[in-house]
Design a protein around this ligand. Structure first.
Ligand code: Z5A
Length: 229
């Protein structure tokens, strides 16, 4: 069986983790070996980088350039340690964020030079590109509401029980530096994702993620099923 690489993109709370769980179950029922991953993270080294990026006490002074390089250091490790070998074995990979997040957050959000950002992404991923990217689209307002509702509901350590399986060596309930950006940052990220979808229509499928869970699930299956049936 040929390996298949699908990435999920969108702002926080757009439903990526929830839908990855649903799609993984459906694909496993077809007999595929499915691996779920997340970025930043997904390997022991990547999880340490994730902690530095999001939760370490020392990360207040992090510059946008450092953030860009750390995101891609985590990615370079994930691509070589897990993604490439798994695809070579014919596995299906569902990844919660990949390089389009860097374009959206560090390129458009942090306003780093897009050409330089692309060069660094190319160095990290090489030829390893997703077969399909599902961009779950919700407004900044919906994203904020969902995140707040989820945080209010969950036990402190279980920030998100649907998150793809990954080791949690660090306390994810600590303050999250990425979430401390202001509203205008997240509005630029949203615009960035719109531009990405327009620039790569053959790879990036826009999914209206304001619909019900079931409707989003069905829209995703419509996009994925031609690749697996
Ligand atoms: N980042 C970056 O800057 N550059 C990069 O290159 C990469 C990442 C790779 C990772 O955060 C941060 O890193 C992120 C981008 C940056 N920062 N910010 N800000 P993360 O991994 O901690 O979290 P996330 O990826 O942003 O996602 P999330 O917050 O975990 O949300 P989600 O996975 O998209 O959504 P969810 O957990 O499935 O759902 C959220 C809630 O909404 C939950 O209560 C659900 O039950 C509910 N939900 C889901 N779908 C629906 C529908 N359809 N209707 C109603 N409610 C729903």
């Amino acid at each position: 069986m040929k390996g298949l690489f699908i990435t999920f993109e969108g702002t926080e709370g757009s439903g990526k983790s929830t839908q990855i769980t649903l799609l993984a179950e459906r694909l496993r029922a077809t007999g595929r070996i499915v691996r779920t991953l997340r970025e930043p993270g997904g390997t022991p080294i990547g999880e340490e980088i994730r902690h530095t990026l999001k939760h370490s006490e020392a990360n207040h002074a992090m510059t946008s350039e450092t953030e860009l390089l750390l995101m891609n250091a985590s990615r370079a490790q994930l691509v070589r340690e897990i993604i490439r070998p798994a695809l070579a074995e014919g596995e299906t990979i569902l990844c919660d964020r990949f390089y389009h997040s860097t374009l959206a957050y560090q390129g458009y959000g942090r306003q780093l030079d897009l050409e330089q950002v692309r060069h660094i992404i190319d160095f990290a991923v090489g030829e390893t590109q997703p077969d399909l990217t599902l961009l779950l689209n919700v407004s900044v307002q919906v994203s904020e509401q969902r995140r707040q509702a989820r945080q209010a509901l969950l036990f402190p350590r279980e920030k998100n029980p649907n998150k793809p399986a990954a080791p949690l060596p660090f306390d994810e309930t600590l303050r999250d530096r990425m979430e401390e950006a202001d509203r205008s940052f997240f509005e630029r990220v949203e615009k960035g994702y719109e531009a990405i979808a327009a620039n790569e229509p053959e790879r990036v499928r826009l999914i209206d993620a304001t619909q019900s869970l079931e409707q989003v699930r069905d829209s995703i299956w419509n996009a994925v099923s031609p690749l697996v049936c």
